[in-house]
Design a protein around this ligand. Structure first.
Ligand SMILES: Cc1ncc(COP(=O)(O)O)c(C=O)c1O
Length: 423
């Protein structure tokens, strides 16, 4: 059997595939590895109680359950939910949006497939356009989404060294080349894998840059405001007709219900909805049904602020404190300033082995992390040593799991650096 070029891309090794496989295997293997690798959000008890009670309402109200599971929504997604989202965004941020500016997708991952291939790839006259990722490292899930080869362009960031073994990536505007071979600019905020929050000033420069070329600025807000609001620094959300804002119910607590939200100008929403109709007929209905009341009442914002954000912020601080304690000064470890999302991004300058080997060694010891080298889409040709010196560690799991995992990571790192020193 021979696969097409398109098929071969999925048959080979794909970072996101490997990551999701590890995640699935971890949940069923015995003993279960310490899962510091995936992007699965935590089971936040208060949020789960809210959804349980909403599910009970659906089940006990005559005909509602049957309607939710038995009727396709339109390709744009559940009308009542889309309307409630438009009201929420108008009320929260004063944006001039209506239901015509919102489409639901089966997870925001799905939205990126549609959006990236809408704005980049082959154009009239055979011209090829790329998606510019202004700040690498960037989300692993973008890597294989483009239907054309060489789909992304990314640059090395500036590295700002901070006190207390922290550092922060900043957009290097000097290196950022914008021309008519760019079809869209995209970044995640907060960023997966680093927990970075691109500053308001950087956002405004990126807006100008995208506008100067007449291309959309896609902002991946999977962890951002107003929900799930896993964001620990000051950052203001922005939207206008040149911005495509992507949100998700996953990190608020519904990852399995695959509910992505795209906010964009009407023309874009129409095409995204059409693409959904071709790829999957309609978005799933259960996520919108479970979240409808929370969005209508604005409760989703309150729960995000008062429950979800402090839950992760406390876990992040705990993991950082432990790393500082256990990885002693002589080891060149730095942590990206944790400003949001579910991850710590650790940089071991001069790491004597590759980050992939480090991942494999840790896996043998029963801890799953993600090798940093996957997170540089668009920089495949750049042999920057930094790409091989980082790992992503998720702190969303139970505190004991994270604690044990970090202890093993620290032991392994000490061992690697001390045997390199003595050899
Ligand atoms: C930055 C970022 N964007 C998008 C997604 C996709 O999320 P979903 O498809 O569950 O909405 C993820 C998932 O981890 C993510 O980390």
């Amino acid at each position: 059997m021979e696969f097409s070029d398109f098929g071969k891309r999925f048959a080979g090794e794909i970072g996101i595939g490997e990551l999701m496989d590890d995640l699935g295997d971890a949940l069923v293997s015995d003993p279960a590895p310490l899962m510091l690798g995936g992007g699965n959000p935590a089971h936040v008890a208060e949020v789960q109680t809210l959804f349980r009670s909403r599910m009970e309402d659906i089940l006990s109200s005559a005909g509602e359950f049957e309607r939710v599971i038995g009727n396709y929504d339109t390709p744009q997604g559940a009308k009542a939910f889309v309307g409630a989202l438009a009201d929420l965004f108008r009320a929260e941020f004063g944006w001039k949006i209506g239901p015509e500016n919102i489409a639901l997708t089966n997870g925001s991952q799905n939205a990126f497939f549609s959006l990236f291939n809408l704005f980049a790839g082959k154009f009239d006259g055979g011209q090829l356009k790329q998606v510019l990722l202004p700040l690498a490292p960037e989300y692993i899930g973008y890597s294989e989404v483009g239907l054309e080869p060489d789909f992304f362009r990314a640059n090395r960031p500036e590295i700002e060294l901070l006190d207390d073994r922290l550092f922060k990536y900043r957009v290097d505007f000097e290196r950022l080349k914008m021309d008519n071979s760019i079809g869209a600019v995209c970044f995640s905020r907060p960023t997966n894998p680093t927990g970075n929050v691109v500053t308001d000033e950087e956002v405004s420069r990126l807006r100008q840059l995208a506008n100067s070329q007449g291309v959309p600025l896609i902002i991946d807000n999977a962890y951002g405001t107003p929900f799930p609001n896993i964001i620990f620094s000051e950052a203001h959300p922005v939207w206008d007709e040149n911005i495509v804002l992507c949100l998700s119910l996953s990190k608020f607590g519904l990852p399995t219900l695959r509910t992505g939200i795209v906010i964009a100008k009407e023309e874009t929403i129409r095409v995204v909805s059409r693409m959904t109709s071709v790829l999957s007929l309609a978005p799933g209905s259960l996520g919108p049904a479970l979240a409808l009341d929370l969005v209508k009442s604005g409760e989703i914002t309150r729960v995000s602020n008062d429950v979800v954000k402090p839950f992760y912020q406390q876990k992040s601080a705990r993991a950082v404190a432990q790393l500082r304690r256990e990885i002693r000064d002589e080891i060149p470890m730095r942590i990206h300033k944790p400003e949001g999302a579910l991850f710590l991004w650790l940089w071991f300058e001069g790491l004597p082995i590759s980050s992939l080997e480090l991942y494999q060694r840790l896996k043998k010891k029963g801890v799953l992390v993600v090798s940093g080298h996957y997170f540089f889409p668009g920089m495949e040709q750049d042999d920057w040593a930094h790409k091989e010196q980082c790992i992503r560690v998720t702190y969303a799991q139970d505190d004991q799991v994270v604690e044990k995992g970090i202890t093993i990571i620290a032991e392994e790192i000490r061992e690697i650096f001390s045997s390199a020193k003595s050899s």
